[in-house]
Design a binder for this molecule. Structure first.
Ligand code: BG6
Length: 488
């Protein structure tokens, strides 16, 4: 296994993402011996911190993630801080000096990873300044990781992409979607393509519908400035949910190379049926949480969470029906649902197989127990298959039984594990689990009509209680097709 040597520069080093995800991930990469000890990290942010203050923060964030840790001081000694204002041109010269100094101090072979973990309005400017000030000139490799949001709609995403592409090639750009680093999301293609019993049935002849639910118990927390501008559709659907759809729907790639896997996903994105404006209501439901009870605790509605949200029309819940117009999937709805302040934190995928033509073993004609395959993404990681059988000692002729497999998942939710994998992938130059520009563009193209209709209309919010599974209309969305959400 390659043990990369690298100098990582993090823009937004005092931010939430760096603290909660990046520092713990880098710690684990080092402790597990996955990266070389020849590494250094430069933290950049506005605050006037010293190296010491920065290192204390790094140590604290690692301890918050994992409890007491070994060799933390030694780890933190690799971290260096520079107070940095993105608009101040002299800052890049100072940064270059620090980069060159650290490259001779640590033997990082000129490999430079720039991580943009900050407000997207500066992405283009930073990318161009890195080029202009010679920070890309190095004997090693140069890569750029970009966090979402990647644009606000298709036009702004294109503009942003053009700005970044003026300085970096597509092969150097790593657009992160942390769902692609999750163990069970990566497992979707393995479950599909390594098992005859699934792959042969994985099409519109045998599958009735596919349901993806990503529910959260948390509310907006202290992210209202970002979140209120985005809403659930930009925050979760345009990226994470559509990525899962692509992995569930893609054709088997001819090999597992980055280009082959991405090109199969892109084909799915190209086949997403774009909605006409007057179809949006039929296919999409939005919601905003009101007051309610989550995990036995009374919580306030979204509009009460902060003063600037009082009149907010931002959705905190989305349910939608996606159709894929290709040979394999014509006629099979992919239902997606995601929201904040729901009863549990969980991401799961339910594949509902078509029912048998005649029901001999159930008492009532109305009883339907189609076979279900459930892929549990988090917090439990595993799969469950629901079959019908006669249980010993039971009066019933048949009843659903569950075959299940659970992977030893990390107990914490949204663990650094996903970031850890993706950081490593980037360091070894494997972009398979990062999103290609075409995927980003096609997903915005799909989302844009929904945004347009929602922006022009006044919603009747709040329309679901905190602690519930979302607005009633989300159930009706499936009922109109004769389906229902499986709460398994
Ligand atoms: C992020 C969103 O991308 O994903 C958050 O910005 C959301 O709003 C998070 O909470 C969910 O990720 P996970 O890994 O906890 O399911």
């Amino acid at each position: 296994q390659i043990k990369p040597k690298v100098l990582i520069t993090i823009f937004g080093a005092t931010g939430d993402l760096a603290k909660r995800k990046l520092y713990p991930s880098i710690y684990r990469l080092l402790r597990n011996n996955t990266i070389s000890k020849d590494f250094a990290v430069i933290g950049l942010a506005r605050r006037g911190w010293s190296n010491e203050v920065f290192r204390d923060n790094v140590k604290e964030s690692v301890e918050q993630a994992f409890g007491e840790c070994e060799e933390l001081d030694d780890f933190a000694s690799h971290f260096h801080y520079q107070s940095f204002d993105v608009t101040d041109k002299t800052a890049y010269d100072r940064m270059k000096e620090l980069v060159e100094q650290l490259e001779s101090q640590y033997d990082t072979e000129g490999n430079r990873l720039f991580y943009l973990a900050m407000a997207p309005e500066f992405f283009g400017q930073i990318a161009n300044s890195l080029q202009e000030y010679g920070l890309k000139e190095t004997p090693g490799w140069t890569r750029l990781i970009i966090e979402k949001p990647f644009g606000h709609d298709l036009d702004s995403a294109k503009e942003l992409n053009n700005q970044i592409r003026a300085a970096f090639d597509e092969e150097q750009i790593y657009r992160i979607d942390h769902y692609l680093g999750k163990q069970m999301v990566q497992n979707i293609e393995v479950i599909r393509f390594a098992n005859g019993i699934f792959e042969h049935l994985w099409n519109n002849r045998f599958i009735s519908n596919i349901q993806i639910t990503s529910s959260e118990t948390l509310g907006v927390e202290d992210r209202s400035r970002y979140y209120d501008d985005s809403g659930a559709i930009r925050d979760m659907v345009q990226n994470h949910m559509l990525q899962m759809v692509a992995l569930l729907a893609m054709e088997p790639p001819i090999s597992l190379t980055t280009d082959e896997v991405r090109s199969e996903k892109i084909k799915v994105m190209r086949a997403l049926r774009e909605l006409d404006l007057d179809q949006v209501h039929e296919y999409y439901v939005r919601g905003q949480y009101g007051h309610g009870v989550v995990n036995d605790k009374e919580v306030a509605g979204y509009r009460k969470e902060s003063e600037d949200l009082i009149f907010s029309n931002t959705e905190t819940f989305v349910a939608g029906k996606i159709l894929i117009d290709n040979y394999r999937w014509a006629g099979v709805p992919f239902y997606i649902r995601t929201g904040k302040r729901m009863p549990e934190k969980r991401t799961k995928i339910v594949i509902e197989f078509k029912d048998i033509p005649m029901n001999l073993y159930f008492k009532s004609e109305r009883e339907h127990h189609p076979n279900l395959l459930v892929i549990n993404i988090q917090p439990d990681e595993g799969i469950a298959l629901y079959l019908n059988a006669k249980k010993s000692g039971s009066e019933a002729l048949a009843e659903p039984i569950e075959l299940s497999y659970k992977q030893g998942a990390m107990p914490a939710i949204n663990t650094p594990e996903a970031y850890e994998k993706l950081l490593y992938d980037c360091m070894i130059g494997d972009a398979t689990n990062f999103t290609h520009w075409d995927e980003v563009a096609l997903s915005w193209q799909y989302i844009d009509p929904i945004l347009k209709v929602w922006e022009d209309e006044q919603p009747n919010f709040p329309n679901y209680e905190s602690g519930s599974m979302g607005p009633k209309k989300s159930d009706e969305l499936l009922n109109q097709d004769g389906n229902h959400w499986w709460e398994v």
